[in-house]
Design a protein around this ligand. Structure first.
Ligand SMILES: [Zn+2]
Ligand SMILES: [Zn+2]
Length: 333
């Protein structure tokens, strides 16, 4: 840390206005924990936050919702101090209609680390203590960062029909796509194929035991009947619908911001497709820890080597889309 009373944090003041700045070390409220961040990963949504293409971003904000760290203080849970932890990122209000329906990730007044509250791209940040889980000894902090996207993947699979015996297609071999692919294999899908133009990402898919092809047109002769769109690219949507077997399910998990795309509603009508949206996980972190512990899901092949936090700008600005999840280290132990 830079001093006992201040921490370095990535402060985003507006689109493309961001800097590592020193700021006072946050003070945890009675139900919060102060966490020293050891690792923080950056996903496509964070890049949108930095670039100003997130449709409802509020600035200034400290990004970072995929993280691992160590508890420095927790007034209501002193037993956590010194513990290596990961955490649930969202805190629903518990009072609105979606919360009443049990759809907590759709809460109308959601408090979300890295979006509505300060995130983990900092040497330390605060988080509700109830959201924390111990990082299992077998997992590195870098791997711990991927539990959040794994929760998204678990929720995507939960939104889909039972995958056992189905032909599953995944569009996009990014982190979430390859996590969904691994979950589909573990769920005894009859086949799992990821469509991905990047040869590098297809190699990673292969390392994880997932078949791949370079283009959606390769599915033409034998279309999958459950398709996950994990691209976050709006123009993929109409093509993905066309590439899904008639009567199949299309699960939209990638976030494409405010982008629009021409698409014919009749594609859904004529093929009797079922289209489902996936926003984020909630209450899945224990299941995420379980599927990693069983070995059903491997995280290491999805991660970059650790990158010093001070190098964030070159990494995030120079690479249009990093091949693997970029994981930054703060230098805090
Ligand atoms: Zn993310
Ligand atoms: Zn709510």
């Amino acid at each position: 840390m830079t001093g006992a009373d201040d921490v370095l944090a990535l402060i985003v003041r507006g689109p493309r206005q961001h800097e590592l700045e020193r700021m006072p070390r946050p003070v945890p409220g009675p139900d919060e924990a102060l966490v020293a961040v050891t690792h923080v990963a950056v996903c496509g949504t964070d890049l949108r936050l930095l670039r100003g293409t997130l449709h409802d971003a509020e600035y200034p904000v400290i990004p970072g919702h995929e993280w691992a760290g160590r508890v420095l203080a927790a007034p209501a849970r002193p037993e956590l101090v010194g513990q290596a932890v990961v955490g649930e990122g969202i805190t629903p209000c518990g009072r609105c209609a979606p919360c009443g329906d049990g759809r907590h990730n759709l809460c109308l007044d959601l408090d979300e680390v890295g979006f509505t509250r300060a995130g983990a791209f900092a040497e330390a940040f605060t988080v509700p203590a109830a959201n924390l889980r111990p990082l299992p000894p077998g997992l590195t902090g870098a791997e711990g960062c991927l539990l959040e996207p794994l929760c998204v993947a678990l929720h995507a699979v939960e939104r889909a029909p039972d995958l056992a015996g189905r032909d599953v297609g995944v569009i996009g071999a990014g982190t979430v796509g390859l996590l969904i692919g691994q979950l589909a294999v573990a769920a005894a899908a009859r086949s799992v194929t990821v469509a991905e133009p990047s040869a590098h990402r297809r190699v990673v898919a292969g390392e994880l035991g997932i078949a791949s092809c370079g283009a959606l047109s390769d599915w033409a002769d034998d279309q999958p009947d459950v398709v996950f769109d994990a691209t976050g690219v709006a123009s993929v949507f109409p093509q993905g619908l066309e590439a899904t077997r008639p009567g199949g399910d299309y699960v939209l998990v990638g976030y494409s911001g405010a982008e629009t795309t021409p698409s014919a509603p009749s594609t859904i009508m004529l093929r009797e497709l079922t289209v489902r949206g996936v926003l984020s996980g909630y209450d899945q972190i224990d299941e995420a820890l379980r599927v990693v512990a069983t070995g059903a899901v491997r995280l290491r092949p999805l991660l970059s080597d650790p990158i010093p936090m001070a190098r964030y700008r070159s990494v995030l600005e120079e690479q249009a889309e990093p091949p693997l999840r970029s994981v930054f280290v703060t230098g805090v132990e």
